[in-house]
Design a binder for this molecule. Sequence first.
Ligand code: C5P
Length: 298
Amino acid sequence: MSDAVTIDAPAKINLFLHITGRRSNGYHDLESLFVFTHAGDGITCELADTFSLAITGPFAPDLEGTDLEGTAPEDNLCLKAARLLASRVSVSGQGVRITLDKKLPIAAGIGGGSSDAAATLLALNSLWNCGLSHDELAAMSLELGADVPACLYQQALWVKGIGEDVSPVTHSLPPYILLVNPGVKVETPSVFKRFQTLEEPFVADISPDQRSDILHDTEHLFRETVNSLQAPAVSLCPVIQDVVAALSETAGCLGARMSGSGATCFALYEDETALACAEKDMKTKHPNWWVYADRLRN
Ligand code: C5P
């Protein structure tokens, strides 16, 4: 039996995000196309007697202290995920030493925390020989956060409900993606609150025919869908508009918008050369922005 398991925790990008309604508990119903990059954060879980978490990587300092939502590191979602799984399966006396390699910015709309928690569950399911199915892990993971069930799949998904209703999809959208974050943290609850204050309209459900067009035609994707949270996020953090504009101007950009509740924005490209040029262009013009180029998982 192995005593350590390492798993990628890729970035999650919402190619579109429609808010379709609001529930009595304050959560919002969504319709969204989630895709995942190849690289991102990394999680290593090693057998241990107690539960502990060590954070390395370029964005580790952002998690060392208390974050924007007042969460201390002991409350990190990875540790919560480990304790949740331990409470649901019989692993008495078993602990874990988790190492999180934090390469993605936090509070950035690309699911870093959710993807880390999902990767922790996947690693521990293997390390502790729990034998739980994806569906079982997904059902238990919703209480960690609305995006955690989707992040377990690490492949393109059509997502509905508050994030729990996930369907794997195939698409033929451009494979190359550039992510850019202007270095501002955005709190998800504030963006949803701003969405309500601005009285932004709910978007109607997408029909099966429209869904097929969106999955296979980039122009259709950008013309027929939106990110309902982009206008509220821009009103809280205007530089997001500058990021979308700068990405849109890069040569070969097939479309650009904000992901999740921001502030990270993305642009899609058909070929690797265009991606590399756009990456260089953004890094030169905006040396203080986080710029990250990758290929999407199918
Ligand atoms: O579930 P998670 O912790 O990721 O959500 C953070 C916050 O975002 C929630 O407290 C809620 O205010 C908002 N949210 C929402 N509807 C969703 C997901 C998140 O209103 N579907």
